[in-house]
Design a protein around this ligand. Sequence first.
Ligand SMILES: [Zn+2]
Length: 384
Amino acid sequence: MNYREVKDWLVTNSGSFPDWSNSRYVRTMNVLELFPSFEPYISGKSYSGNDIFALKWGGGPIKILAWSLMHGNETSAFRSFGQIDYFLRSNQLAESLNKRVTIVYIPVLNPDGAFDFIRRNHQEIDINRDARSNQTEEMRFFKSVFSTFKPQYALNLHDQRSIFGINGKRDGVRLALCIPQVSVSYLKSESLEYNRNSLRQIVNDVFTNVNYEDLALWSHFDEAYYSKAIGEWMQEAGVRTLLLESGVSGLDYNRSESVLNLSAFILSYFFLLSKKDDSGLCTPSSWELPKNEPLLRDVILRNCQVNRDELLFTTDIALQYVEYLESGELKYKLVVDDLGDLSDLIGRQEFQDISIFASTSFKIGQDVPLDIISQLNLNGLQEL
Ligand SMILES: [Zn+2]
């Protein structure tokens, strides 16, 4: 099945997806119950003693390793796999896939961070910067799955912040893709070069059947080399690794559309891999995707008259939504992000000529006072 066919099927069947896959924060993460198509493969413990599970589906020769929630507040791919799991147990064509691929999936690589909805683990280490030093239980667990399973392909799944956009537009990004880089010392390695070109071609094949509305919101993430990140480590280990980041499009802060795009992408990618003939030459190709750029802010107040300590000045002000947990529920609040001439940035929502009295608490990083929020006619997130 190609992207378009998978997406149509998912849209038609979306009423049957598990409820939890619609929520950006999932408190209960008993993954053995959440992904019934998969069977337990390997388990381990996090720094704070929570279970980490690797699950397995299929029995074919093409081996794919995928993981999500390496960063505990990036739930989109975890939610996508809820939809993928439903597809795998409900669509007849999954049977042919089952004989061709074996998927090992680690739904929650960072269970401590995921429970608290924070990026890092409980040592306050960013697991995605621990690929060389292996100082976290979570990375050591990942490496044990890696060496047992020996994958040929990998899906490194993350979210990105709402600051990213494309083509100078306020529409945001649904999916950002990149093929992690290898260090200069490997650049002449023909096999690693082949791997990256081959992956680029398979992804190009996915693009062929993506509808215009979705493709218009996909971007190419910068392929700078991060030596400490797991994607680079995997690529250098000879595993064809693709990084996918789910972003915010429009005012879809729950990322429902991004999750759906990601599910359709991953499933159509599995179908293409299942048919892959690995013999033959692979010509270098490129992607016709716009560059992922950090040019957006959630709210920008243009030409704002500020009265602070009886001094008047005119400035642009950027405000950003921050996600936080309160009594186990995900909430959003607006914080002051930047002041000054912000003519190089674009607001997802913009307001002109607002006058504000700025108290001493009106500072970068602080909550936006309610009397200022009440002057704005905000769309999208009303629970502030
Ligand atoms: Zn991440």
